[in-house]
Design a protein around this ligand. Structure first.
Ligand SMILES: Cc1cc2nc3c(=O)[nH]c(=O)nc-3n(C[C@H](O)[C@H](O)[C@H](O)COP(=O)(O)OP(=O)(O)OC[C@H]3O[C@@H](n4cnc5c(N)ncnc54)[C@H](O)[C@@H]3O)c2cc1C
Ligand SMILES: Cc1cc2nc3c(=O)[nH]c(=O)nc-3n(C[C@H](O)[C@H](O)[C@H](O)COP(=O)(O)O)c2cc1C
Length: 647
């Protein structure tokens, strides 16, 4: 098959095991049953979908070897039992049919990075502060407890081999329990596992490797996952990594899966929109390649282009893709068959995959609501084709139209403006939000390929004749900017953030005030600071970007510091003036000078028309921001369901 990415589809070996191409699905500790700790039916469907999508090897992330070490796993009754092995075996049987290899990542847990569960002990190499709740400390494992760990790995590795797993990976990265032993910052033990010598600090890793090797024999591939640099003071340096890689290479490790960071440098583990695509290729991949001749795996927000470049430049042998294949399980096949434009991009938002706990449901993906529901939410052609009217061509409306059209319905989008995308257009304006632009492009290509009719410059309301014959009306009219009644808000030097981005006009003057420190305010501040403007963010609440979780906060705060943006929290704007703003905070009232003020005070649903349509038509459903202000993830999930439920 002719494509521009042939180098990524070369058969590549780990030890004696040949993998059908260079793509590896990143280990992501989802897809197993939380009660048992084992792979269950939804997990098998989830992984199979990625195998069907052409990935060379699936890494079944974070499989615990013991339920005694990690507070989150202590109730998991299947760990270390035949049930765990059966899950791996059923998975292998299924995905081997696609020619996909299976690697199981074996782990002894998160140590100080595990969530605190009241009353359940959190363990580490030494007494360390828990990452999530630094007022809680870990207990240091006793020497006997440490000595018992390699035996658990041995049993799990033997079970993997029996189950038909092709390869195992030892989970030694980003400051989890095993890495805590390998790192003097977290290991201050005085027994034979302490940091006094290289041999001692590596003893647990060595014993684990040897136990696994004993279980699987000399020819079975064992991969080691480790970070090259923790990127925090006192963390691992490149020199230490070189020594560790040389040592493990000599011991017999067959390949190295390398990345960067640790929980205290969070953005490296789960790279955000503020990090570059392929962000670990040079620092991790190329570095490891300079130390070992064994195959190297490199991760970190790969696009097909960064993946190809890394392989062509000899910086990586395998390309590990995580969230990119959550977003699009067919990532590899679409490239292979020459359909690069059909890949649905991960937008690096970390909201549905990582911040899932805040939504009381399972991990998912902002742009792919089928994650972990591959079978339940499969899109099938419906026996009868219906006429569907979608009002609004933002992301909610586009997703609804895509899914309805894939289901065989005849779909028309009515869009008030002259183009598709809605708020995706201003959201994608900062250069670091290029993935949102890619998402908008993806939808436009899909809607065209699916033959969805689009009527531009058409405002629909309850009396519009277009609605009369629709079988279902999907109302996705979105939101408009919230403009609070602050004196001077309509001054000439005041611009609203979406209008600014839509108009493409430049911001006049050097000094800019951003009124509102939410996500769009922070992004706009960064964008303008990167252009060389002097930017001040005024936020009424005590904290900048209050809705940001740890998954993004670290990055945003770092970038705001790096760009020298002045941040005034707990500060209220009393009046906007032709020369800036009069603000009030605990220090009193002051006047701030600025050439331009940009309003980023949030959005409010544009629901008058939506309500009147829903009042008139029982077959209308309201979705996206016009139902409730959310983000891209909420709009896409709403759109998916609106399209998928058409019978
Ligand atoms: C500046 C900015 C930055 C953002 N950054 C991010 C981000 O980084 N990550 C993230 O997840 N989210 C971000 N968001 C939020 C996200 O873009 C929105 O939540 C999402 O796009 C909402 O999609 P929607 O389809 O519901 O609505 P909209 O995008 O508002 O689309 C509604 C569409 O309906 C059309 N319309 C309205 N009324 C009618 C009518 N009567 N007839 C016909 N057409 C009509 C409108 O013209 C529009 O095209 C950002 C938003 C803004 C404004
Ligand atoms: C939801 C989620 C779960 C993860 N779980 C694991 C895990 O179990 N083991 C592991 O080594 N890495 C884990 N990671 C990190 C990924 O393997 C990968 O390094 C990271 O997502 C960056 O790659 P990407 O940019 O391609 O997503 C996880 C990442 C995510 C998003």
């Amino acid at each position: 098959m002719k494509n521009n990415f042939e180098k990524l589809f070369e058969r590549t070996h780990i030890g004696k095991h040949g993998v059908k191409n260079r793509f590896v699905y990143a280990p992501m500790g989802i897809g197993y049953n939380y009660a048992s700790g084992c792979i269950d039916d939804p997990g098998i469907e989830y992984y199979s979908e990625r195998a069907r999508g052409g990935v060379g090897m699936l890494n079944i992330g974070f499989q615990n070897v013991s339920n005694k070490l990690d507070p989150m796993m202590m109730q998991a009754y299947g760990i270390g039992t035949p049930m765990q092995e059966m899950g791996w075996a059923r998975l292998c049987e299924r995905v081997h049919g696609y020619g996909t290899s299976v690697m199981v990542q074996l782990s002894c847990g998160l140590g100080r990075c595990a969530q605190v569960i009241p009353g359940v002990p959190n363990v580490s190499a030494s007494v360390n502060n828990n990452f999530w709740d630094p007022s809680t400390q870990t207990r240091a494992l006793s020497t006997e407890e440490v000595r018992a760990i390699p035996g658990c790995f041995e049993a799990a590795a033997a079970a993997c081999k029996r189950a038909g797993v092709d390869c195992i990976e030892i989970h030694g990265h980003v400051g989890y329990l095993l890495d805590q032993f390998m790192t003097p910052l977290w290991n201050r033990r005085e027994d034979e596992y302490g940091p006094q010598s290289f041999e001692n600090k590596m003893r647990l890793t060595t014993e684990i490797y040897e136990a696994c090797r004993k279980a699987v024999g000399p020819d079975y591939p064992i991969v080691f996952r480790m970070v090259i640099e923790h990127n925090i003071p006192g963390g691992r340096t490149r020199e230490e990594s070189a020594e560790i890689i040389r040592y493990l290479d000599g011991l017999g490790v067959d390949a190295f899966d390398v990345d960067m960071g640790c929980y205290d440098a969070y953005e490296w583990i789960f790279p955000t929109a503020y990090m570059e695509d392929g962000c670990m290729v040079d620092d991790a991949g190329a570095f490891a390649k300079s130390i070992t001749d064994k195959p190297v795996f490199t991760v970190g927000s790969h696009t097909p282009e960064t993946a190809l470049k890394a392989v062509e430049e000899g910086k990586s042998d395998f390309i590990v893709v995580g969230r990119g294949m959550l977003a699009d399980p067919e990532f590899a096949n679409k490239l292979y068959y020459g359909h690069r434009e059909d890949i649905r991009p991960c937008i690096k938002c970390n909201r549905y995959c990582l911040s899932a706990t805040g939504r009381s449901c399972d991990s998912s993906c902002s742009v792919n609501p089928q994650v972990l529901h591959e079978k339940t939410y499969a899109i099938t052609k419906k026996p009868v084709s219906r006429n569907i009217a979608v009002i609004g061509g933002g992301v909610a409306g586009m997703e609804a139209a895509r899914v309805a059209a894939l289901s065989g319905h005849s779909v028309t989008i009515y869009e008030r403006s002259g183009g598709l995308g809605g708020q995706l257009i201003p959201a994608a304006a900062p250069s670091f939000k290029n993935r949102i632009q890619m998402l908008n492009d993806y939808y436009q290509v899909q809607l065209k390929k699916l033959g969805v009719s689009i009527v531009y410059n058409k405002e629909i309301h309850a009396d519009s004749p277009e609605l009369k014959h629709a079988y279902k009306i999907i109302v996705a009219t979105g939101a408009k900017a919230a403009i609070p009644p602050i004196p001077g808000i309509h001054n000439e030097n005041v611009m609203e953030v979406s209008n600014l981005h839509r108009s493409g006009s430049s911001v006049s003057g050097q000094k800019v005030i951003i009124a509102g420190g939410g996500p769009s305010g922070c992004d706009c501040a960064l964008e303008l600071a990167m252009e060389g403007k002097e930017v001040t963010i005024i936020e009424m609440l005590p904290k900048l970007y209050p809705t940001a979780t740890v998954d993004n906060r670290y990055s945003v705060e770092r970038r705001i510091r790096e760009e020298n943006i002045c941040v005034m929290t707990g500060t209220k704007i009393k009046e906007l003036t032709p020369s800036g703003a009069i603000v009030e905070n605990a220090d009193g009232v002051q006047e701030l000078h600025a050439d331009t003020v940009i309003l980023a005070m949030g959005m409010k649903p544009d629901h008058e028309i939506a309500k009147s349509i829903a009042d008139k038509y029982v077959n209308a459903v309201i979705i996206g921001d016009c139902k409730a202000i959310g983000q891209i993830g909420e709009a896409v999930h709403d759109g998916f369901m609106a399209g998928w439920t058409i019978e």
